[in-house]
Design a protein around this ligand. Structure first.
Ligand code: ZN
Length: 260
């Protein structure tokens, strides 16, 4: 029952000359384990490249932890670069003022919808290129059908609002090459256990405490206040009742047998 449906955030780490890369896959929620990832990143380098392409969802606790964690990374690295940011991340970037503060966003993804054929898709856009050309219009991605109406499934002024905060950020010299190298390293990397470790640790401690509590209550059979419906506590009580019933049954059988 416990632990089977818990969301997980997996991480992969890559290294190169002067840079560190980290890919996150999954859900950033209260089990994110982000703080535990920092030591796994290894010695400090010049640039931290974060591949967020695998982030499916982020909740309010996740946003709070992310902001704290990102701030600590910005203090460690001269440049922090985010790439392949999915819509779930971009919504927070545009909503929460300091969500990506001081971090350079390169590629990001945008939801598209074609009014003509009903096709939904997610397209990858290039923030630095759009900012350099001073473009705030979603580029076309024709669906291939005649009179295509495929367009950004969001308000352009909202979705591209983060451009304002990106203009003044210092960029690493060879940004495109760095992102390409990070992609390659992350594709070859295997999942690190550090991200998920805190997720398992807490519930295990909790379960051990629960087991101790259940064991402590067995001799007296006294109910633990407020713990009536915890599964597993019913078993000793049930066995005790069964033993008493069997005892009564034995006495009855003895009485019947002696009466004859
Ligand atoms: Zn279409």
């Amino acid at each position: 029952m416990q632990g089977t449906d818990r969301q997980r955030l997996d991480a992969r780490i890559g290294h190169g000359d002067g840079w560190t890369a980290l890919r996150l896959d999954g859900v950033i929620d209260e089990h994110n384990g982000l703080a535990g990832l920092t030591p796994a990143l290894g010695p400090k380098t010049d640039t931290l490249l974060l591949d967020l392409g695998g982030v499916r969802r982020i909740n309010s606790v996740g946003v709070r932890d992310w902001v704290v964690w990102l701030k600590s990374q910005r203090e460690r690295y001269r440049h922090v670069v985010l790439f392949d940011c999915p819509p779930a991340i971009m919504n927070e970037v545009n909503l929460v003022r300091n969500f990506a503060e001081g971090a350079l966003i390169t590629t990001f993804r945008a939801p598209y919808y074609c009014d003509r054929c009903g096709q939904e898709s997610v397209q990858t856009l290039d923030a630095p290129a759009m900012i350099a050309q001073d473009v705030r219009k979603a580029p076309p991605f024709p669906c291939g059908k005649p009179a295509c109406a495929n367009a950004l499934d969001d308000a352009e002024e909202t979705y591209f609002a983060f451009f304002d905060d990106q203009r003044d950020l210092a960029r690493p010299a060879n940004l495109d090459a760095l992102v390409a190298a990070a992609r390659e390293a992350l594709a070859a990397a295997s999942t690190v256990t550090h991200a998920s470790a805190p997720i398992v640790e807490k519930p295990l401690d909790l379960r051990a405490a629960e087991a101790r509590l259940a064991m402590a209550s067995v001799p007296t059979g006294a109910p633990v206040p407020g713990d009536g419906q915890r599964p597993g506590r019913q078993d000793p009580v049930f066995i005790a009742i069964l033993v008493v019933m069997l005892g009564i049954l034995g006495v009855l059988v003895y009485l019947i047998a002696t009466l004859e």
